[in-house]
Design a binder for this molecule. Structure first.
Ligand code: PLP
Length: 433
């Protein structure tokens, strides 16, 4: 029972350093959040000790009385948080992550080598939506299935639904995946349903990024039109790292879907569920059903819009010109800067952002933009005015990146790195810009 600091001071020290990094800097990674203390207590609990392969009341191990109660509770809360009728929707809460949730969903919906369409990675889609390059099929979703990416309209940078419909007529997919990792606007699920129906295809939404906002009913409802909805639990939903798969149970089209999804998660893709994580998800979902959740989600969006507005006022170019959700895609190409350069400068300043492809990038390997999200800073209770200040920091960071680029490899950069590598304890990194 000795504490970590006694048993393994090296790991404790790393945790302390990361704790300081998270709390002293400005966390603007769009896929991250700061989960609650209650969720972390559940996630770090004794439940990690228990094996429970199978489903509630149908396990391959004894001793699962309380684990069954937990998993049923978590499922009930998941349906409640997303306003779903348990007669029509079911949910599997066991996926270890968003990627495994997606692969299990593909396993449930498709046969090997069936065809799927997802938003291309350079246009904001995720690896698990069928991504491959000219050289390599590097994701399971393109190795085991045939995939074709749809994209954005280059003039608006919005999903090009009519080209997608034409491409689907040629490609004839069995599955259309919607949802993205870097798309600042909402989705037209009804339009996608029509395309899917033309080909007898299934429609799956991966709402990993936006699920906290969907639960708050601040974005369009994918459940109205989709057969399956997957999500991670750790982005705007603010939970521990894991995934969920929601599946419809009604009508002939969804006959057996519940069994196919459950069998795909275990035994097809996973082993024993991480019960400590499921406890953390359950606590998160309880929080997501409180009235304060809607206030949080609304503030996340208002903050992203204030940040976008301020960057535009500084004269910068944003993909689609703004945002409807929690993220902003900043196109740095007019400045002749790469995303990785600005990401690096941000790290030095205690501002955490990530390089990201923007529509029209020649290569996804050299992204021309950065992605900025407001979920974590909103969890720290920041409001619009704070995000306008953060936009000012980002403006200064970019000006610094331009200066560094001009003086490439120069004394300026070396001096800067020497003086600002790690934010000194007690200071907020961004204020050192
Ligand atoms: N789906 C989308 C849209 C994502 O953005 C991500 C991760 O960023 C995932 C799935 C994968 O989630 P995980 O990292 O938990 O596997």
């Amino acid at each position: 029972y000795a504490p970590l600091s006694e048993v393994d001071p090296v790991v404790q020290n790393i945790i302390d350093k990361e704790t300081w990094r998270q709390y002293s800097g400005l966390e603007l990674i769009a896929s991250e959040n700061l989960t609650s203390r209650a969720t972390m207590e559940a996630n770090g609990s004794i439940l990690t000790n228990k094996y429970s392969e199978g489903l509630p009341n149908a396990r391959y191990y004894g001793g699962n009385e309380w684990i069954d109660e937990l998993e049923v509770l978590c499922r009930d809360r998941a349906l409640k948080a997303f306003h779903l009728d348990p007669a029509i929707w079911g949910v599997n809460v066991q996926p270890y992550s968003g990627s495994t949730a997606n692969f299990a969903a593909l396993t449930a919906l498709l046969q090997p080598q069936d065809r799927l369409m997802g938003l291309g990675l350079p246009d904001g889609g995720h690896l698990t939506h069928g991504y491959y390059t000219a050289k390599k099929k590097m994701t399971a979703s393109s190795i085991y299935f045939q995939s074709f990416p749809y994209g954005l309209d280059p003039s608006t940078q919005l999903i090009d639904y009519s080209t997608l419909a034409s491409q689907a007529r040629i490609f004839k997919p069995r599955l259309i995946i919607c949802g993205a990792s870097a798309y600042p606007r909402d989705w037209d699920y009804e339009a996608l349903r029509k395309v899917a129906d033309e080909h007898g295809a299934s429609l799956m939404a991966d709402i990993a990024h936006t699920s906290g906002l969907v639960a708050a009913q601040e974005l369009a409802d994918p459940f109205k039109y989709c057969d399956v909805v997957t999500t991670t639990t750790h982005k705007t939903l603010r939970g521990p790292r894991a995934g969920l798969i929601f599946f419809r149970k009604d009508g002939e089209a969804h006959k057996d879907l519940e069994k196919r999804v459950n069998d795909a998660v275990f035994p097809a893709c996973q082993g024993g569920p991480h019960n400590n994580t499921i406890a953390g998800i359950a606590t998160t979902l309880l929080q997501a059903t409180q009235p304060s959740w809607k206030v949080y989600a609304q503030q996340v969006i208002k903050n992203a819009q204030a940040l976008a507005d301020e960057l535009v006022k500084h004269g910068y170019k944003l993909q689609t010109g703004g945002t409807d959700n929690h993220l902003v895609l900043w196109d740095l190409r007019p400045l002749k800067l790469t995303g990785s350069k600005v990401e690096k400068i941000g790290d030095l300043l205690g501002i955490t952002i990530n390089k990201n492809a923007v529509s029209g990038d020649a290569s996804a390997q050299v992204p021309g933009g950065i992605r900025i999200g407001t979920a974590a800073l909103t969890s720290r209770d920041m409001r619009e005015e704070d995000l306008r200040t953060v936009a000012g920091f980002l403006h200064r960071a970019v000006q610094l990146a331009l200066l560094v680029q001009k003086e490439s490899g120069s004394k300026l950069l070396k001096d800067f790195v020497r003086s600002a590598t790690v934010p000194a304890e007690g200071k907020v990194g961004a204020q050192q810009v």
